[in-house]
Design a protein around this ligand. Structure first.
Ligand code: ADP
Length: 495
């Protein structure tokens, strides 16, 4: 528990740790026990506003800071995160539930965003060209978009922060981070690390709050005149929102950003299809499905949600998958040998169980799992369902839990149509040894990312993001920094 004791429990504003103005705190609980880990300052709208003021005050100097300096801060922070892997992993397991081995993997993944963007910070380029009429020279340069609001979810408490903070620092933006109230400790620990790495005060500010809607809305909408729009020179000071969370909340935030024409990056929900063709290597397909389904207990927006298996191999696939799932050890993430930790809370667990009960009511068979365990904590057993019918809720509900729903198909077109029959388009997975089919199906799948004979798509060097109602923009890769930069064009007539 000492890792929890050592983390600051206050808001981080203007380089200092502060209590909430109201003096209120919120409770951070351990999902493995249901017990409270600690109390953390609970921000009100006034605190949110102070955090934005700090980010605004720091913006000009930060934008003028040499790219090499920004780069080296990120690189030092990368080294510090790696050096503190064990403490950060334990902290994450305690506040979020994932097994320690997965938490360690997330620490490495999270740190990698800082290394990647430390390399990108010094490669922000522009251009110069002669206009078609031969007279003007067109100079194009790039500048930071300005103070950003970053909103992150609880499922990857460290990596969702670094994936936004990394490119913002690299681009020269200041920021206010609002982490999920369930898992604020990883972000607060990260603020300490970045301070140690030399991040100037005010560049990163953190507000934790139990009133996300109340704190965030005024920051995005700014002050309103009687006409209902922000007055000229009014208080709309955030220039960019980067959000990761549900599509439902994403829609609300997009509407709020419309008022003040704030740029957005939205990483929203998913409903990933996973297709196993009859020409797949079954060992590879089972392994890939285990990763796509069970990474992070299924609490990932990239998690395989609908598993389409060719009829000719469906029985063998289901039997083998059920055997692997049944062999997983469920328990507290801190216990040695645990494969599957608790879900984030009782609400999350009820949602997963409701989807299972609905499928069973409509004719699905349970090969393993499906029973709500008794006792403390938010545990749910790895579950495999077969004979899932098209009208089952699981077809269009993001489960966010360890539930694998198997649906059979006969024709490639049938699988594709089913896979695409969703308003989401984040990740998709396909397993086949036929290259022609692999490319054909990949091109026709309506999703931003595809795992081809693999269950893992996340990679800091790749552009992560979705199409349709899964979001706008990309994080990571060469394009990740673009989301935090504006183009500026300077026209220069030459005699
Ligand atoms: P999840 O269901 O995974 O918790 P949410 O979309 O509810 O996903 O939450 C993701 C992040 O968005 C969290 O930091 C949460 O506090 C925040 N959030 C939730 N509702 C709002 C809102 N109305 N305005 C701003 N942020 C919100």
């Amino acid at each position: 528990m000492t890792v929890v004791q050592h983390v600051p429990k206050q808001l981080f504003i203007g380089g200092g740790w502060q209590d909430a103005e109201s003096g209120r705190t919120l409770s951070v609980d351990n999902p493995a026990t249901g017990e409270e880990l600690c109390q953390v300052a609970d921000a009100s709208p006034a605190d949110g506003r102070r955090a934005v003021e700090a980010a605004v005050a720091a913006q000009a100097a930060w934008a003028a800071t040499a790219p090499r300096v920004r780069s080296e801060i990120l690189r030092r922070a990368f080294d510090l995160i790696i050096a503190r892997t064990e403490d950060l992993a334990l902290l994450m397991t305690l506040e979020m539930g994932k097994p320690l081995a997965e938490a360690r993997a997330e620490v490495a993944y999270a740190a990698e965003f800082f290394r990647w963007f430390s390399e990108e910070a010094v490669r922000i380029d522009g251009g110069m060209m002669t206009a078609p009429d031969g007279r003007n020279r067109l100079l194009v340069t790039r500048q930071p978009v300005g103070p950003c609001l970053l909103i992150t979810p609880w499922n990857f408490p460290l990596a969702m922060g670094t994936r936004k903070i990394g490119p913002a620092i690299a681009a020269g933006c200041t920021m206010v981070l609002k982490p999920a109230p369930q898992t604020p400790l990883s972000s607060l620990a990260l603020a300490e690390i970045l301070t140690e790495a030399g991040l100037p005060e005010g560049v990163l500010n953190i507000v934790v709050t139990s009133d996300a809607a109340g704190v965030v809305e005024p920051l995005l909408r700014g002050e309103r005149s009687e006409m209902g729009v922000p007055p000229a020179g009014g208080w709309g000071k955030i220039r960019k929102l980067s959000f990761t969370g549900s599509t439902q909340v994403g829609r609300i935030l997009l509407a709020q950003c419309a008022d003040t024409v704030i740029r957005t990056s939205m990483e929203l929900g998913g409903n990933a299809p996973l297709i196993v063709f009859d020409d797949a290597d079954l060992d590879v397909a089972i392994e890939g499905t285990m990763v796509a389904k069970m990474r992070n207990m299924g609490e990932s927006c990239c998690a395989a949600n609908r598993i389409y298996v060719h009829t000719s191999i469906a029985d063998e696939f289901a039997t083998r998958l059920a055997a692997r799932m049944a062999a997983l050890k469920v328990g507290p993430g801190t216990a040695p040998g645990t494969d599957v930790g608790p879900l984030i809370d009782r609400v999350g667990r009820s949602k997963a169980h409701d989807v299972v009960r609905d499928a069973v009511k409509r004719g699905a068979k349970v090969l393993t799992g499906g029973e709500l365990p008794e006792g403390p904590g938010c545990f749910y057993p790895p579950t495999v369902l077969t004979d899932v019918t098209p009208d089952a809720a699981i077809n269009d509900t993001e489960v966010f839990g360890p539930v694998a729903a198997i649906i059979t198909f006969d024709e490639e077109d049938e699988a594709l149509a089913a896979a695409n029959s969703t308003e989401f388009g984040l990740a998709a997975y396909l397993f086949t040894q036929n290259l022609d089919r692999a490319l054909r199906v990949s091109e026709r799948l309506e999703s931003g990312m595809i795992g081809l004979n693999t269950g893992l798509v996340s990679n800091p060097a790749a552009p992560f993001g979705g199409v349709k109602q899964s979001g706008l923009g990309r994080e990571g890769g060469r394009v990740g920094i673009d989301e935090f930069l504006e183009y500026k064009y300077i026209a220069v007539p030459v005699g």
